[in-house]
Design a protein around this ligand. Structure first.
Ligand code: NCD
Length: 332
């Protein structure tokens, strides 16, 4: 006799749909946990939808594609851009949001487990966005949830939606993603955005320069993984030698919250500061990116340089997150 499965434990992800159903998109009902889910074809699909979102926002601002849908935005770590851009994305698509930005005011503070919190939120919402300090936490949430889960950063692991918006920024700003020289600067050990972005760039014949203090080098396992994929990757401790050839300078913050010993953080926090003088060595067509927040690694007087793309990068993030929400909910 077949074991009884209560309705609440039946998984609904990726249901079979009849041919021609609008919801037959590559990501309908799926979780978005890692950039490894995105091959070149899927990337083009996401970017195409993001471009449509951009045009809709420019023309009408807000529209009803996700009317009646609810997003649970669950943040166990601080966030300004990721959390507010997911909220704005949902609202621009006509949906609404349950924002849980301060888990200390939720039942998490009473000791509720991640699976229970996720099960609770999916009773009310159609999709869950989660940021959590532990690597693998979004995957755990996805295991327990029947509704799509989107990883908004799992500790030092991945930040797939940021990597997608980063690659979209490169595509929109430079007109291509192929055969570029990308220089990543700063905390390459703990920075999850560079981990995800470098994996995506490995699909595009990128030449990658990793510039960091010795103790903040890109994890050796990741460097090996990228080399196995055929990526040309070199590590450096100074920027000047690689800047003249660089097409994309991707600057990151030293991730203070990941250091066990704050004295070690203090010793490396000011290791690199990009100033107008630094950029004298760079190409005119180069772009400077940063996932933000910055805490001194790009001087504010760089902001007026047309190559400074980090504020435009935030806006591209809105379109990418609108595209992802519409896709997982079967509307794009
Ligand atoms: C990044 C993050 O949270 O990993 N921020 C973001 O999502 N834009 C980068 C950082 O915090 O340094």
């Amino acid at each position: 006799m077949a074991m009884y499965v209560p309705p609440t434990q039946r998984r609904e992800k990726s249901p079979h749909l009849p041919f021609g159903d609008m919801r037959q998109t590559p990501f309908y009902g799926k979780d978005i946990l890692s950039v490894s889910q995105f091959g070149r074809e899927n990337l083009e699909y996401v970017f195409g939808v993001a471009e449509e979102m951009r045009s809709m926002v420019e023309h009408v601002g807000t529209f009803d594609l996700l009317k009646g849908k609810i997003l649970a935005n669950l943040f166990y770590e601080p966030s300004t851009r990721t959390s507010s851009s997911f909220m704005a994305a949902m609202q621009r698509l006509g949906g609404s949001v349950i924002p849980i930005n301060e888990v200390r005011y939720s039942s998490v503070a009473k000791g509720e487990s991640l699976p229970d919190t996720v099960r609770t939120l999916e009773s009310y919402a159609d999709v869950i966005v989660i940021r959590h300090p532990d690597v693998g936490s979004a995957a755990i949430a996805a295991l327990y949830a029947r509704k799509p889960v989107i990883n908004a950063g799992d500790g030092v692991g991945e930040h797939p939606t940021q990597a997608l918006l980063d690659l979209f920024t490169i595509r929109e700003e430079l007109g291509r993603t192929e055969n570029l020289t990308v220089t990543m600067l700063g905390d390459l050990k703990y920075g999850r955005t560079v981990h995800s972005l470098s994996r995506l760039l490995a699909q595009f014949q990128t030449k990658l320069h990793c510039v960091s203090p010795d103790i903040l080098r890109m994890p050796p396992e990741l460097v090996s993984e990228l080399k196995i994929q055929g990526m040309s990757i070199q590590e450096h401790t100074t920027l000047d030698e690689v800047l003249p050839d660089t097409d994309v300078l991707y600057v990151t913050r030293v991730q203070k919250e990941r250091f066990e010993d704050q004295a070690v953080y203090e010793s490396v926090k000011g290791a690199f500061v990009v100033t107008p003088d630094t950029l004298k060595l760079a190409k005119d067509q180069m772009i400077v990116m940063h996932p933000l927040p910055r805490v001194g690694e790009i001087a504010m007087d760089v902001d007026t340089d047309p190559r400074a793309a980090y504020f435009r990068q935030m806006e591209y993030g809105l379109y990418i997150r609108m595209a992802l929400l519409a896709m997982v909910l079967g509307k794009a």
